[in-house]
Every structure is written in structure tokens, then in C-alpha cells.
Design a protein around this ligand. Structure first.
Ligand SMILES: [Zn+2]
Length: 181
């Protein structure tokens, strides 16, 4: 089982709308142009460093996702045509069924990616820019360590998807990392 902790929303998101965050709220994670809400971006940096020390070259397949990006993802994975054996979800005044063989997607406007608090992790292979899905070893490492920087899993079906849950209570390990820099 992946550890799923309750999420606190950071105050920088107060009054903001999911998927419509202003760029002032979003900060660089240090990996390419992947951005997250300020406390999540801060806290993922020491996580990435510690993962590297443990032998995992962390990369992302997704972090902040705009509302338009959430709509694109949702409508690529869900259809208005009935899929047998699948329970439909209600969105935009219609019923939607998940297509076979794709991962779930949150209803547009409800994803933690839209709050800039969720990251989909992958791994880079040694000496190359190729990315691979997360390994069992990495997921086990995250299960043991991610909480140190305020991160938690969200769904048992998505071992690559983790989210920042500590709100404004920046974990001590994050503060120590920043002081040591
Ligand atoms: Zn995700």
C-alpha cells in the first residue's frame, strides 16, 4: 500500500482557481521548465537531491497542469460513448466513460496538478536523457522517505503520482536543506 496522507492547502492558493494559477504562484522545480506551487517547488528540490544520493535520477512527466491541459488529458482518456463495465463520471453536463487501457484522469478543474501540488515522477537512465517509468525500487524509496519533505502518494493505482501535503508547514528537512545551501 502506498502511504496517503491528508493534504493541507498552502495559503498561496487561497482565492486562486484550479488550473488558472498566475505565474507568481508557480516556481521552478529546478528540472527543465517543470513548475509547482511555491511550497511544493521548494520541497521537491531536496527530495530530488536525496533521491539522486540513493541512486535515482528523478525526472517528471508532469507537474502543474493548466485547466486547458486538464481538459485535453481528460477528453483523450474518457469518451461520451458507453464503455461496458465502466462506471461513468459526470462532467460538463455529460456522462464520460474511461477508455480501456488508459490511466484515470481527474475531472478538469479538480486535479491536484491544477493546484501545482502534484507531480508525476519518472526516472532518467544513467548518462542519457531517456526517461523510464518509476521502478518498484524508487516507489519503495518514496514510500519510506517522501514524507520527510512533505510529500505523499494519492492513489494506489498511480505509483508515479505524488503530491505535496504539508501546506504552509514547510518540513524541517526542507528548511535544513535551504540553510545548508
Ligand atoms: Zn498525476
Amino acid at each position: 500500500m502506498l502511504p496517503v496522507a491528508k493534504m493541507k492547502l498552502p495559503s498561496c492558493l487561497k482565492g486562486e482557481r484550479n488550473g488558472l494559477l498566475p505565474s507568481s504562484v508557480l516556481k521552478n522545480t529546478g528540472l527543465s521548465s517543470f513548475r509547482l506551487a511555491e511550497p511544493a517547488a521548494r520541497s521537491v528540490k531536496p527530495l530530488i537531491v536525496a533521491a539522486a544520493e540513493a541512486g535515482f535520477r528523478v525526472w517528471f512527466t508532469g507537474t502543474y497542469r493548466s485547466l486547458a491541459g486538464q481538459v485535453d488529458l481528460f477528453t483523450s482518456r474518457y469518451t461520451n460513448s458507453k464503455v461496458n463495465g465502466v462506471r461513468p463520471v459526470w462532467w460538463n453536463n455529460r456522462r464520460w466513460w474511461k477508455r480501456a487501457g488508459v490511466a484515470q484522469a481527474a475531472k478538469p478543474g479538480s486535479s491536484n496538478h491544477g493546484w501545482g501540488l502534484a507531480a508525476d515522477f519518472c526516472l532518467r537512465t544513467p548518462n542519457s536523457k531517456k526517461v523510464l517509468p518509476v521502478s518498484n525500487e524508487f516507489v519503495n524509496w518514496m514510500c519510506k522517505n517522501a514524507h520527510r519533505w512533505g510529500w505523499s502518494a494519492e492513489l494506489q493505482s498511480e505509483p508515479w503520482h505524488w503530491r505535496y501535503v504539508a501546506g504552509d508547514d514547510i518540513p524541517q528537512e526542507v528548511l535544513s536543506y535551504e540553510e545548508g545551501k
